[in-house]
Design a protein around this ligand. Structure first.
Ligand SMILES: N[C@@H](CCC(=O)N[C@@H](CS)C(=O)NCC(=O)O)C(=O)O
Length: 222
């Protein structure tokens, strides 16, 4: 493998892989995507060798060097291919972006999972409240800006828009629409989905519904 060659080990339904694909597209970096066929069964030897600790996708292979964890991968991409920058020039604004990146990573996807893995109406309602309460903070920090750190699409946008690929699932099982509760976040999603990088990386919602229904059945949920 050439020393500058870029490969992404991925999986079609992964919001975290979507993030990496968006970041590479924003930077104009060409890459080969290698999909894991059986991520929850037999993982490929390449994945096990590249991410021996977590054994998860995405993995970015830069030449023969593996980089793991989607947020870490995107900051690596931003350092190696600096233009256009994904983090603000000002140190204070960069620290704020990293704070929100961490908030998104800790909270949003796991709260959404609580909705689609809920067992019964009561659990659905409490998970939905938890999820919507997390979004209050994101809606607040977005405010009237086009993107989370101002006028330009950046790290925080990429991290959250990847996770929004699963919002259709959260909304279906929770019987709500994020945009009805948070119109500014709804408009931000539309703005992001108008970008080619996001469109090209988007995940098919019907395939996600099939996957989720299969996972629920496997776990004995109705
Ligand atoms: N924190 C990780 C999460 C990655 C992750 O959860 N990947 C999932 C696919 S969406 C995975 O590889 N799951 C397989 C496993 O955990 O065994 C990141 O941001 O990259």
């Amino acid at each position: 493998m050439g020393k500058d060659e870029v490969k992404v080990l991925g999986m079609w339904a992964s919001p975290f892989c979507m993030r990496v694909k968006i970041a590479l597209a924003e930077k104009g970096v060409t890459y080969e995507e290698i999909l894991e066929n059986d991520l929850f069964g037999e993982k490929s030897a390449l994945l096990l060798k590249s991410n021996p600790v977590h054994k998860q996708v995405p993995v970015l292979l830069h030449g023969d060097k593996p980089v793991v964890e989607s947020t870490n991968i995107i900051t690596y991409i931003d350092e190696v291919w600096p233009s256009p920058p994904l983090l603000p020039a000002c140190a204070y604004e960069r620290s704020r972006a990293r704070f929100w990146a961490d908030f998104i990573d800790r909270k949003v996807f796991s709260a959404g999972r609580g909705i689609w893995m809920a067992n019964g109406e009561e659990q659905v309602e409490s998970s939905k409240t938890e999820f919507l309460d997390i979004l209050i903070y994101l809606d607040g920090t977005l405010g009237d800006k086009d993107y989370f750190t101002g006028d330009t699409f950046g790290l925080v946008d990429i991290l959250l828009i990847g996770v929004t690929s699963w919002f259709c699932v959260f909304e279906k099982y929770g019987n709500f629409k994020v945009a009805d509760h948070y119109p500014k976040l709804g408009a931000w999603m539309e703005r992001c989905y108008a970008r080619q990088s996001v469109l090209d990386a988007q995940i098919d919602s019907n395939n996600l519904f099939d996957l989720v229904s299969m996972i629920r059945q496997t776990n004995g949920l109705q």
